[in-house]
Design a protein around this ligand. Structure first.
Ligand code: MG
Length: 382
């Protein structure tokens, strides 16, 4: 039997508010999508089609470049539309497996078990798990409406395998505007019977950022916690304000620097880069480059956060200490904390900003300039 796989990767990742959709993020150093491609290829699947959002075609090509050959096509506005596009791209197959890219814990054994069921005469088959928790239905106010029996209730996973003619006929019969959350629903709407086989906990759908770390542990990967440290100082000069941790503070002096001279965020950027082993801020944003003249340091901090995200790392906590006699930091501390938390996408409880003086000693005590130190605690793949 000729077997083809369609990986549905149309999600745009709005849910997590991320810049990079999850299907292109790394899991144990390998893009999420590449895991499923490898499993299908290792199981001997002949044609692998990946349907992604058109604006993410470059990300998709990069994520699959090092693995087995795949055909990348444009997905549609809904999951159902994306599967329709995928079916059109599969010319010649007896069995079609449809899989969600957000489930990277796929094994070749699972692929083979699904195909074997079709070979034995099933027309539609999917992995599924029972529900261990007690189930209740509640209203919007959290009031329990009724108890729900969990007997026979199953959590559906993917890939779902189909006899190609049955899947095509079911999609042809489905009204164009109708959208379904999986393909078993589509063939059942078309009157076909579907079979379930035991699912796999590792086939969990990665939805929240912490799901990545959980699956990495299930797959035997090691994650480590690293602390990066950063230091910065800027000289006082003429001016009417200083910018520290993204907050403009009126002062009788300004800070001299190539960018906006935000020593707090510069130290923090170096701390994050340090935890990632990514060099220092000067290497990423050379002061010799006129492009960064007067630059808002928010840009540098966002860059560090993006590098962390690309590395599959999670910023756990940051702590910035500002060292100066004046201006007084206390009245602006909460605003600095809030701005820093916003830019890094962290809850306030994981961001600390504090200040100290040097008891009038040294260059800080003479108010020649201002300095900052920062640490960033980052959890990342080993
Ligand atoms: Mg600096």
């Amino acid at each position: 039997m000729k077997v083809a796989a369609l990986i549905v990767a149309g999600g745009r990742g709005e849910r997590a508010g991320d810049k990079i959709p999850k299907q292109y993020k790394p899991l144990l150093g390998c893009p999420l999508m590449a895991w499923s491609v490898a499993a299908f290829a290792n199981a001997g699947v002949g044609q692998i089609v990946v349907a992604c959002a058109p604006e993410h075609a470059d990300l998709c090509r990069a994520a699959t470049a090092d693995g087995p050959a795949v055909q990348i096509i444009d997905g549609g506005a809904t999951r159902t539309a994306t599967v329709r596009a995928g079916l059109a791209a599969i010319a010649d197959a007896d069995v079609i497996l449809v899989h969600d890219a957000a489930r990277p814990g796929l094994t070749k054994e699972m692929v083979r078990a699904l195909v074997a069921e079709i070979e034995r005469g099933a027309v539609a088959v999917a992995p599924a798990l029972s529900v261990p928790d007690t189930l209740r239905r509640a209203d919007a106010n959290g009031r329990i409406v009724e108890d729900v029996s969990r007997e026979g209730v199953m959590r559906m996973q993917t890939p779902q395998a189909f006899r190609a003619d049955v899947l095509r006929a079911a999609y042809a019969a489905l009204p164009a505007a109708q959208s379904m959350t999986d393909d078993i629903a589509v063939v059942r709407a078309g009157g076909a019977e579907a079979k379930l086989i035991p699912g796999d906990a590792k086939l969990m759908k990665l939805t929240y950022p912490e799901d990545f770390a959980m699956l990495e542990r299930m797959l035997g990967g090691e994650r480590i916690t690293c602390v990066g440290h950063g230091v910065d100082a800027h000289r006082f000069g003429d001016g009417e304000f200083v910018t520290l941790c993204g907050v403009r503070i009126p002062h009788n002096k300004g800070l001299v620097g190539h960018s906006d001279a935000d020593a707090g965020w510069h130290a923090l950027v170096d701390a994050i880069l340090g935890a990632l082993g990514e060099g220092d801020i000067g290497a990423h944003f050379p002061p010799s480059d006129p492009k960064w003249k007067g630059a808002d340091s928010e840009r540098f901090l966002r860059h560090a956060a993006t590098l962390a995200e690309r590395a599959g790392a999670r910023i756990v906590h940051v702590d910035v200490t500002l060292l100066c006699e004046r201006p007084k930091i206390g009245p602006h501390r909460d605003a600095m904390r809030t701005r820093t938390a916003e830019v890094l996408g962290l809850p306030l409880s994981r961001v600390s900003v504090k200040a100290t003086t040097t008891e009038r000693m040294g260059f800080l005590g003479r108010e020649e300039g201002l300095a900052a130190q920062a640490t960033a605690t980052v959890e990342r793949p080993a």
